[in-house]
Ligand binder design. Structure first.
Ligand SMILES: [Zn+2]
Length: 369
């Protein structure tokens, strides 16, 4: 990484947790990723409305993403790694077929805990899922949305309650397990207790910036009003947890890598009675990450977290292409629109409000392909 007065030149970052979605949102997500610096590898989560449940479905989804990316300047080397959703309907044969096709990454969603997880896993079903992987006798990687689906466990405690479920997989299986989008200081220590390379964790940029108080309207940054566009799951926790996440990410510890959980929803699904969880953080993510690392005095670890640790964990070659970020403030768009209407449309089901909408961030990601 080269830092001078005007600019930062760094290795292109990977993003190990993204929701490319479907329909009109899909080209918008992919174009935004490529435009704002995330033009390398992503893990594409398969919780689309029609879940991605098999190898052939993963292949079709990957092709669709690539087709869109290749039409976008800078998208020529975009590499989506699709995470196949497993639930009680998954079988040993499905797992083997997917692995044969080169799809070794599987996503476990706890039932009803987030977007499109109605067919997710119940507490009592995790053991069977684990046995299925064991019987498949193929090398797999499991990505966990780490929240207990048990309705008796309060939302704020769901991540910690998942530790025991996670241990089922680490105790009985080979391969890798990833604790996705961790939010809790105890989970940071939990992940660290496993050997490097066996267990990893993604950390999102918004979990390093938000707490419960930001979302519920107790923090000055919220203007003391509830912030639906900041609402995401697992819900951000307390200040000490936020600090622990920043320390973990900026330490360079190889257990932790960047996965921003870019989760676009139309404004109509965020400003309503039944508010969906997720932040459209793609535009602001890289400037905010740089700001976090520089403020922590850990600039030298930025590439470990954003570029090296994930690639090493996943067994991919480290990127060599670089990206330029200017020390120039930029303003995040106040609204994104359905790309079929490349002009403002007054229809909230066709709009997405980005994280930090209309606000300034301290850097500008160069895009001059
Ligand atoms: Zn996610």
């Amino acid at each position: 990484m080269i830092v001078n007065e005007k600019e930062i030149i760094m290795i292109e970052p990977d993003n190990w947790h993204v929701h490319p979605r479907e329909g009109w949102l899909m080209p918008l997500v992919i174009e935004t990723l490529i435009r704002y610096g995330w033009r390398s590898r992503i893990v594409a989560m398969g919780n689309t409305k029609d879940l991605i449940k098999t190898g052939p479905e993963a292949k079709a989804y990957q092709n669709k993403i690539l087709e869109i990316a290749q039409q976008i300047p800078g998208g020529d080397h975009f590499e989506p790694i699709v995470a196949i959703v497993v639930n009680k309907h998954s079988t040993v044969d499905i797992i083997r077929e997917a692995v044969d096709m080169g799809f070794v990454t599987f996503k476990l969603y706890p039932k009803n805990m987030t977007t499109n997880s109605e067919h997710g896993i119940e507490t009592s079903e995790y053991m069977d899922i684990c046995r299925m992987f064991e019987k498949a006798k193929v090398m797999t990687r499991r990505l966990h949305h780490g929240e207990s689906p048990n309705l008796n466990v309060k939302g704020i405690r769901k991540e910690k309650a998942y530790h025991d479920i996670f241990r089922l997989f680490t105790a009985n299986l080979d391969g890798e397990d990833v604790f996705e989008h961790i939010t809790d200081a105890d989970t940071v220590e939990f992940v660290k207790s496993f050997p490097v390379g066996r267990v990893g964790a993604t950390i999102t940029v918004h979990h390093m910036l938000l707490t419960q108080d930001h979302i519920l309207g107790y923090h000055p940054a919220s203007k003391f009003l509830m912030q639906p566009h900041w609402h995401n799951k697992p819900t951000p926790k307390f200040e000490e947890d936020r600090r622990a996440l920043i320390n973990a990410a900026t330490s360079g510890d190889p257990h932790f890598f960047c996965g921003n959980d870019d989760a676009f929803h139309p404004v109509s699904a965020k400003e309503c009675e039944d508010v969906c969880a997720g932040c459209a953080n793609t535009l602001a993510a890289l400037p905010l990450l740089l700001d976090i690392f520089i403020t922590a005095g850990k600039t030298e670890n930025t590439e470990k977290f954003c570029c090296h640790n994930g690639a090493d964990f996943y067994g991919y070659k480290r990127n060599t292409r670089t990206i330029k970020i200017l020390f120039e403030r930029s303003k995040i768009a106040s609204m994104l629109y359905n790309p079929a209407y490349p002009f403002p449309v007054d229809d909230s089901s066709m709009q997405v409000k980005p994280f930090m909408a209309g606000q300034e961030v301290p850097f500008t990601v160069e895009y001059n392909t």
